[in-house]
Design a protein around this ligand. Structure first.
Ligand code: PBG
Length: 327
């Protein structure tokens, strides 16, 4: 064999597992994951979600067991979504202190004082028309919606939420909520803003899970056009100025360029929401035996982190510890 002098041989650092691990740039840890939890108002312990195998709506009692299982899998942060018994035109169940999320907050804090409790702060699950705000004709009204979001955030904080996560893409929602929280002595409650949220078909399975599909039209008048990148920056910077503590980009997988851009331009922690459609696609392919589920999950989550996400919200959060131990 002729000797070849190559200046660089990157394969030297891929020789065996120890050296590969030594130079690994991106490392996942369960501590950086947030698990979504769906809680419904009824007694039925578990209602399976067809399009999201392995994910259920839980009764409050059953949800406590699920949270216990999550903490045993090193997941200490959860985001709650409520499915109320009553939906109306004012989203009363979003802020009523006897409503499902408020009762869940109290119970979860009593049982798991160390769990970081995040509440999704949006109105679509609580409105009979399924839109994220007050409706006039076919229009979603911005400023009247802010008042209900303020009331909802205060009631969520009062019942125990550590972080408020407004996801309705109303203009000024972060400023309104920050101000309302401060005026009610909730200075220490943080805001994780769904700042860069696209009008995405990847939310399809979630709408089955949360029973929150819009009854007419779509969400394009408030969620972002998937074709836009510079606008993402504008949204992120507005929310930073308005007082957000964490900036979220959503969905994750088809928007890695956006995660990377936002990470570069803001000094706040960046969260990425690995949404229901991303989960469903992997589950469906795995059930068909077409892909290696665990390897795909690990690769996808690593990619989201490598793009710049400090925090990942994922329906796979429950699996991360197990998968990391295996590989
Ligand atoms: C509420 C909300 C949605 C999701 C999170 N919060 C649905 C939507 O905007 O239609 C989607 C999450 C997912 O798909 O996993 N506005």
């Amino acid at each position: 064999m002729q000797k070849i002098n190559l200046k660089s041989r990157p394969r030297r650092l891929r020789k065996n597992e120890v050296i590969r691990n030594l130079v690994q740039e991106t490392i996942l840890s369960p501590s950086q994951f947030i698990a979504p939890v769906f809680i419904h108002e009824g007694k039925e312990p578990e209602i399976k979600i067809n399009s999201m195998p392995g994910i259920c709506q839980f009764s409050l009692d059953r949800a406590l067991k699920h949270i216990d299982e999550l903490t045993k899998n090193k997941i200490k942060s959860i985001i709650l979504f409520g499915i109320p018994g009553l939906k109306d035109k004012e989203a009363v169940s979003a802020w009523d202190e006897k409503s499902i999320i408020q009762r869940a907050n109290k119970k979860i804090k009593e049982n798991f004082p160390d769990v970081l409790l995040i509440n999704d702060t949006c109105l679509c699950e609580y409105m009979e028309h399924g839109h994220c705000g007050i409706i006039l004709g076919n229009e979603v009204l911005n400023d009247p919606t802010l008042e209900i979001l303020e009331r909802t955030a205060i009631s969520q904080a009062a019942s125990g939420a550590d972080i408020i996560a407004p996801s309705g893409m109303m203009d000024g929602m972060v400023a309104a909520i920050r101000n309302a929280l401060d005026q009610n002595n909730f200075q220490d409650v943080a805001i994780m803003s769904y700042a860069v949220k696209y009008a995405s078909a990847f939310y399809g399975p979630f709408r089955e899970a949360a029973e929150s599909a819009p009854q007419f039209g779509d969400r394009k008048s408030y969620q972002m056009n998937p074709a836009n990148k510079r606008e993402a920056l504008r949204e992120a910077l507005i929310d930073e100025q308005e007082g957000a503590d964490i900036i979220m980009v959503k969905p994750a997988m088809p928007y890695l360029d956006i995660i990377s851009l936002v990470k570069e331009k803001t000094n706040l922690p960046v969260a990425a929401y690995n949404v229901s459609g991303e989960y469903a696609m992997i589950k469906a392919a795995a059930q068909n035996g077409w892909i290696d589920e665990d390897k795909i999950i690990l690769e996808m989550l690593t990619g989201i982190k490598r793009a710049g996400a400090d925090i990942i919200i994922s329906y796979f959060a429950k699996d991360v510890n197990r998968i990391l131990k295996r590989v």
